[in-house]
Design a protein around this ligand. Structure first.
Ligand code: SF4
Ligand code: SF4
Length: 69
């Protein structure tokens, strides 16, 4: 079980992570974060293989991939 945790207030909405997801599971949220920036969200129900591409690409370390047994 993999959980994609996105800290929306760390995300600056640069969109760098989005094309690196092999399942197109990330998108821009309509709701702004506390700094008035449009953050990324994980599309509920979409797959995630825990590859960490998105987390590695993020210059703000806004994405954490949590793998549970
Ligand atoms: S860990 Fe990989 S599969 Fe999961 S959301 Fe990030 S890029 Fe996509
Ligand atoms: S790379 Fe990081 S800062 Fe940029 S949109 Fe993705 S989560 Fe937000």
């Amino acid at each position: 079980m993999v959980t994609v945790k996105i800290n929306k207030n760390l995300c600056k909405g640069c969109e760098l992570c989005i094309p690196f997801c092999p399942y197109d599971s990330l998108a821009m949220d309509d709701t702004l974060n506390a700094y008035g920036l449009q953050p990324v969200y994980f599309k509920e129900g979409h797959p995630c293989n825990g590859c960490r591409n998105c987390a590695i690409m993020c210059p703000e370390a806004a994405i954490e991939i949590v793998t549970a047994q």
